[in-house]
Ligand binder design. Structure first.
Ligand code: 13P
Length: 253
């Protein structure tokens, strides 16, 4: 099982801040292992920062085009990311689903584009508060997996990371309890087992995201089906991000 903690800076920081952050991570990364550490930066910094990333840090994009090369002003393809040394991209983040037209079919096309370029797809899923309160949380999440992940060939699934991010926990300070998160992660694992078989399902990292921070990371990451986290606000400062990763039971120090 791969253990992963990934930061998502969203639309924050300037280029110099990105470089300073990487400086602030490098000696810590050199001393710690056992957990794959990733960070999703704003697109303008990728070509500069991916080649400069310290050993042990995988640089991701926060988005990718669903289209190939061509007349698509403002879009960037998976091949472009790969040519800049980027390891993969986040797709299906709830902020993009809600505000930038990333419906299920678009998310699926973005996953396909990344996998075709041999890049990692961090596939996000998660229910809104209203969906949870109406008892539909599991249905919503499994439906997102159905449209985004089911048709991926088994030989490409090794490049997929699933991130469960309940929308009501993102940026709100309200974290899912470890029991709530584990329940959904167990459902996701069960779905992955049906889709790809037990051995493959066990090998797919399933991350939790939503107000995960140093004070609650250890509790979340100790759950059986939680393999790590996708971290927003607490990834912005190296010391907070390190504090989150230090909550992972697989970290070797
Ligand atoms: P926060 O950690 O700020 O809640 O954000 C989570 C997230 O959306 C990561 O993709």
């Amino acid at each position: 099982m791969r253990n992963v903690v990934a930061g998502n800076w969203k639309s924050n920081k300037l280029l110099n801040d990105a470089r300073a952050w990487m400086d602030g991570m490098s000696s810590w990364l050199a001393k710690n292992g056992g957990v794959d550490v990733m960070v999703a930066m704003p697109a303008p910094y990728l070509a500069a920062c991916a080649p400069e990333a310290p050993e042990g840090l995988h640089v991701l994009a926060q988005n990718v085009s669903a289209e190939g090369f061509g007349a698509h002003t403002g879009e960037y393809t998976a091949e472009m990311l790969q040519s800049c040394g980027v390891a993969g991209a986040i797709v299906g983040h709830s902020e993009r689903r809600a505000r930038f037209g990333d419906v299920d079919a678009v998310v699926a096309a973005k996953v396909d584009a990344l996998l075709a370029a041999d890049l990692t797809a961090v596939f996000c899923c998660g229910e809104t508060l209203q969906e949870r309160e109406s008892g539909r949380a599991e249905d919503v999440v499994l439906q997102q997996l159905q449209t985004g992940v089911l048709r991926i060939p088994v030989d490409q699934i090794g490049n997929v990371i699933v991130a469960y991010e309940p929308v009501w926990a993102i940026g709100t300070g309200v974290t899912a309890t470890s029991a709530q998160a584990q329940d959904m992660h167990a459902s996701i694992r069960g779905w992955l087992t049906e889709a790809f078989g037990a051995e493959v399902a066990e090998s797919i990292p399933v991350l939790y995201g939503g107000s995960c921070k140093p004070s609650n990371a250890a509790d979340l990451f100790s759950q059986k089906d939680i393999n790590g986290g996708l971290i927003g606000g607490a990834s912005l400062k190296p010391e907070d991000f390190q504090g989150v990763i230090e909550g992972h039971p697989a970290l070797n120090r």
